[in-house]
Design a protein around this ligand. Sequence first.
Ligand code: NAD
Length: 306
Amino acid sequence: MKIIVTGGAGFIGSHLVDRLAHDAANEIVVIDNFARGRRELLAAHEGDPRVTLVAGDIRDAVLLNDAFTGADTVYHLAAQSNVMGAVSNIDYSFTTNVVGTYNVLAAARAASVRRVVFASSREVYGEASELPVAETHPLNAKNAYGASKAAGELYCRVFRETYGLDTAILRLANVYGPRDHGRVIPLWFDAVAEQRDLTVFGGQQLIDFVWVDQVVEAFMRAATRPVAEPINIGSGRGTPILELAERVIALSGTSAKLDVQPARSIEVARFEAEITRMREQLDLTPPEDPLFGLPVIWESWPSRGR
Ligand SMILES: NC(=O)c1ccc[n+]([C@@H]2O[C@H](COP(=O)([O-])OP(=O)(O)OC[C@H]3O[C@@H](n4cnc5c(N)ncnc54)[C@H](O)[C@@H]3O)[C@@H](O)[C@H]2O)c1
């Protein structure tokens, strides 16, 4: 079965490719322009004829049309994948996250793909009126990243309703795990590994962290189960950012301090996912402790002990 993973050289995408490759019947085509992805994350599949890496851009409709021929499932993860990046380059976030998503849907339709699973984000909600945030909460994105994901979701819906293209939408909370970089957990592990203090913007944030393996499982299940509406993928528990800082410092055994900077108003400060749909439609249960995976990451942290 031919499966496309856009953004498959990125953090979540590379874990998804590992998982898909477990099934000998799968032929996996990764499309990634390496804006943030890295070839080495797919090194385990070098020489495997079932895994093809296309160095290409989802803004290139011709490339997508060629690559999608004969595909059964498309996991669409390629994106300008964070808030601050989208703010600093709104043009790239629009052309990749909105036009690129349109291109993916159009190519999937042309190739009669069975289902597209779209990686959306909790940023589509903006600052929530109440916690936990259910999927029925209005979409009030407050930054260019959230707006681009909300637009992507609408195009998924339109392709589904107008052209019968089957789409599933997962609204991911804050995903963490090995291979990530540039987000709060990896930045803080880098800091403690290098005996630096932890920079905190504001300090009042409440973040719903979800372990990457659970997210991969959600993608796998969303590809085959009946999924009519967007589904939050989170732990269902908000972790105060200062609690995260304490746990990172305790794990590392350092005496790092917090360097508190003014809050960045462009970022959503408080989020906790309501996860009834995740439980009922994908049959996924979150772990007791959302941050259970921190020691796993720290154990093999690359700059540790340098
Ligand atoms: N990590 C999270 O906490 C989180 C939360 C919510 C949603 N998401 C979404 O999940 C998906 C995967 O996120 P991630 O954390 O793995 O991010 P990532 O940046 O590691 O992966 C995204 C991949 O897309 C690739 N890419 C970017 N622009 C492209 C383009 N124009 N053409 C082709 N490839 C392109 C990048 O090189 C990268 O490999 C993204 O869509 C992201 O928006 C992630």
